[in-house]
Design a protein around this ligand. Sequence first.
Ligand code: GLY
Length: 369
Amino acid sequence: MSSSIDIKSASGTYQAHVGRGILDEYLKKEIASLNPNNLFVLIDENVRKHHSQHLEPLFDKLSERVHLLSVPEGESSKSLAFWSEILDFLLQNHLQRSDAVVVIGGGVTGDVGAFAAASALRGVPLIHIPTTLLAMVDSSIGGKTGINHEMGKNLIGAFYQPKSVIADTRFLDTLPEMEWSNGLSEVLKYGAIRDRVIFDECERFLDGNRNKIPAKTLISLITRCIRVKADVVAEDEFEGGIRAFLNYGHTFAHALERACDYGKISHGEAVWLGMIAAQHLSKLRGYEAEGDFIRKFRPLYHFRVSAEELSSDELNRHMKSDKKRDGDHIRFILLKKWQHPVIETVMDEDQVNEAWQMVFRQISPSTKQ
Ligand code: GLY
């Protein structure tokens, strides 16, 4: 069982393919149609470790000239220094416009690799092979590429659409525990802003053993998420309006990540807490956002930061310096009701502080689960 979803963009329509064991077939087709002289592969070091026995012979079959570069794990690869290293690798191996760059990994590899593909020779054909749940449902879809700057995350980058995305769920067999919750948060986000069936399909995650989730359940869930994202991106590719809905929970999340120096909290953990805060703020603003659709997944998150280490004053300061602020005030994605998001500037700091209190309650030991 597999699915293919059209993703419409200003530079043309491409497809995201989702299935188990589909990589060889779709990559072969894609490479045959691009017919590159050189194949450049940027691959997450852990994915390479786990899957090289399968991947390296596959690349050798696809092209006589394959150049491989490992991308070290972690956010530090999303840096100017590593982006420049990728450009050295591409240019020193005589990259041409007719070549192809294949990016294999999670959000970090995808973002920095795709930005290098967007900027080398002003853009060369790119294929995304996301290997984490988060990358399959979110970061490989919709053309955002980029790296971090000391002033903040994702401050340098470009919108650059790939030729195709191939999401083979076999890669999820080796996904570390924390990466599952990172992905789950983005999946739940789509449930919150657009498609409530996603909440029902996610119940499988509460059963415990992720490896027992049937392939068809995962494929259906990933497909649903990509459809939501594709619809949003087709309407607002460059984030002038509704694409911001995809940042539900992220305003709070980015502040939490900064307060924890991007170490003691993962992006997914921060997004889950951010969605709880955004739901609470929605209720404080008088909207109908009752229900534990997100909260019921609390047992799947293992927070390492305690409420005592955080303060709403510091978190508010971080939110005010986020790139999505509106002057001095903060713009939030709220829910008028479930699946009905709205962008709203909130002036009332007491309400924001109350939303932070809700976050602190989730991570304090006395929280009932
Ligand atoms: N991850 C949000 C977006 O692609 O717009």
